[in-house]
Design a binder for this molecule. Structure first.
Ligand code: IMP
Ligand code: MG
Length: 188
């Protein structure tokens, strides 16, 4: 995956997933979702802010009827390490009971966020609940969690771009890259 590509941004040490690779994989994920759900209506729940770009691209691969909702979880603050227990800051507005729910997140890291959110949604008794993540840092799990659909398995590096941030920056980069270690120490 890592390759010599023109510099994405001066704060990026290396590009891990190129824009082209992301777009190709998103199309494949759309096909995987189609195989799983057929033409059924989906209630897609996107975890803000990180999953917004991925969700927007993924939704355009689907021709199913789709309802979209967003939730917000706090866990990181401005650090690159998860701080304690994630909290639900902004909750669902759509009903999910008896619905086919697809939860979308940018990255599966310790597993704490998705364990919390899937537990909460399961309590609302959806018809089905599946999880789609763009990135999976498998080596970092603190609670057991597997996603149903995974874009890319990546090594334990702090990455930004295509929705992923450090201190709310870099979300608009079109590729995903490893943030230079010296940039990870800056406050806000
Ligand atoms: P978890 O609860 O530890 O699985 O963390 C999931 C959340 O942490 C993701 O939704 C991201 O917001 C954030 N996160 C984890 N790793 C990274 C990273 O490498 N870059 C940016 N955000 C990350
Ligand atoms: Mg996030």
């Amino acid at each position: 995956m890592a390759q010599a590509t023109p510099a994405l941004h001066p704060d990026i040490e290396a590009v891990l997933v190129t824009e082209e690779a992301i777009q190709r994989r998103v199309r494949e994920l759309g096909a995987e979702l189609k195989r799983t759900y057929g033409g059924a209506e989906l209630t897609v729940i996107s975890i803000m802010n990180g999953a917004i770009l991925f969700t927007a691209d993924l939704l355009r691969q689907l021709d199913n009827p789709v309802r979209l909702d967003c939730i917000r979880i706090s866990s990181y603050g401005n650090a690159t390490e998860s701080q304690g227990t994630p909290k639900l800051v902004h909750s669902l507005t759509l009903d999910v009971t008896n619905r086919h729910v697809l939860l979308v997140d940018d990255i599966l890291d310790t597993g704490k966020t998705l364990a919390l959110v899937t537990g909460m949604i399961r309590g609302l008794q959806p018809a089905s609940l599946r999880v789609c993540v763009l990135l999976d840092k498998k080596g970092r799990r603190q609670v057991p969690f597997e996603a149903d659909f995974v874009g890319f398995a990546i090594p334990d590096k702090f990455v930004v771009g295509y929705g992923l941030d450090y201190a709310e920056r870099y979300r608009n980069l079109t590729s995903i890259g490893v943030l230079k270690p010296e940039r990870q120490k800056l406050s806000t």
